[in-house]
Design a protein around this ligand. Structure first.
Ligand SMILES: NC(=O)c1ccc[n+]([C@@H]2O[C@H](COP(=O)([O-])OP(=O)(O)OC[C@H]3O[C@@H](n4cnc5c(N)ncnc54)[C@H](O)[C@@H]3O)[C@@H](O)[C@H]2O)c1
Length: 337
């Protein structure tokens, strides 16, 4: 899938927006040069909003936003969510700035905690001063090793507060607590999405940045061993990027979503071994699957209950895993070969 195909997918998401409530608005996207943030910058710039993309390029890439640089409605601010020079007036804020890949955030635990604590505080203060509608990108990881599957928003979580993943899990939980405090104390319209594993074009596949889907795809395309952690019986639910960003935009704009929290993910649960085999088959690869030690505190199962998003937002994913993986494999193939 080449760049022009990403453009088509962005237009499809744009065409789903029932009414354009973004035109003329000044919108800050923190983490805007990352995987999800850059899709959102593309979509929002396409609505004639004025988009301010804030990113410290910790994991984000200039190439994700370079094509927007000439657009008079797009501005890139290189800086940290914790302390950045804020645009004059803001109508909407989407706060996505945070390291995301487990291997990588475990290498930078304090930075990850700061982005979701101090970063979220700075963003919420800016939202309060501007009375800006705000969306916080939280995560399924707030549920930890969930004991209730599929997991509804009402589940409080089962998290190791001092484990190797706690910098991310507890950072996001603190970020959510801050959002709840700003809602209660200042009546700020801040909404939270708990995003479950999302994949698609622009997700990074290199080194510690690589999450399971991009790692397996590049390994399959390069005919290298596909490295599964544990015996591969742990499950995850994978959502294609256009479905996730459409869900985020619905949570941001729905009149019924004020102050609410939504699971955004695909409820189709599969084992990691099944995922590896599926990717191998879609990529037409002869790679072997090899097994490696399971990382500490790795959740055994993960699957969202999306009843609330279905009912309140009228949203559910529409891209099957096979279709989404095929598009993602094409995109990686066009970059590798
Ligand atoms: N993609 C997923 O599967 C997924 C799942 C759950 C939650 N999320 C959340 O969604 C958000 C975006 O995830 P993504 O997959 O696009 O990850 P990503 O790593 O591609 O994007 C995150 C962006 O934030 C930037 N960033 C990190 N720390 C920053 C800081 N302190 N100040 C400014 N910028 C900073 C990075 O450079 C990067 O561009 C994250 O908050 C993540 O926790 C994503």
């Amino acid at each position: 899938m080449a760049k022009s195909t990403i453009g088509k997918e962005i237009n499809q998401v744009l065409s789903q927006l029932k009414e354009n409530m973004f035109a003329g608005k000044r919108i800050l996207v923190t983490g805007g040069a990352g995987f999800l943030g850059s899709w959102l910058c593309d979509i929002l710039t396409g609505t004639d909003a004025e988009v301010f993309c804030l990113d410290n390029l910790a994991t984000g890439l200039r190439e994700n936003i370079d094509h927007l640089r000439g657009n008079k409605n797009f501005h890139f601010i290189e800086g940290n969510a914790e302390n950045f020079s804020q645009p004059q007036r803001l109508d909407i804020i989407l706060h996505l700035a945070s390291r995301t890949s487990p291997e990588e955030y475990q290498k930078h635990p304090i930075e990850t905690l700061k982005a979701n604590s101090l970063g979220t505080l700075t963003v919420l203060e800016a939202a309060r001063l501007n009375d800006a509608l705000t969306l916080y990108a939280s995560t399924s990881e707030v549920y930890g090793d969930a004991q209730v599957i599929p997991t509804p928003e009402t589940y409080w979580g089962h998290v190791n507060p001092v484990g190797v993943r706690s910098c991310y899990d507890e950072g996001k939980r603190f970020g959510e607590a801050l959002c709840a405090a700003y809602r209660r104390q200042y009546s700020l319209d801040v909404r939270v999405v708990r995003i479950f594993n999302t994949y698609g074009p622009r997700i990074r596949a290199d080194g510690a940045y690589a999450r399971a889907v991009p790692r397996f795809i590049t390994q399959a395309l390069l005919q290298r061993d596909i490295t599964v952690y544990g015996d591969g019986s742990q499950t995850r639910s994978f959502c294609y990027v256009t479905d996730t960003v459409a869900g985020m935009l619905k949570a941001l704009t729905s009149p019924h979503a004020k102050g609410e929290i939504f699971n955004i993910g695909n409820p189709h649960e599969i084992t990691i071994l099944q995922l590896a085999e599926k990717i191998k088959q879609i990529a037409g690869s002869t790679s072997q699957v090899t097994f490696h030690p399971l990382p500490e505190d790795d959740p055994k199962r993960r699957c969202p209950d999306i009843s609330k998003a279905k009912t309140v937002l009228g949203w559910e994913p529409v891209t099957s895993l096979e279709e989404g993986l095929a598009k993602t494999v094409d995109w990686f193939r066009s970059r590798i070969f």
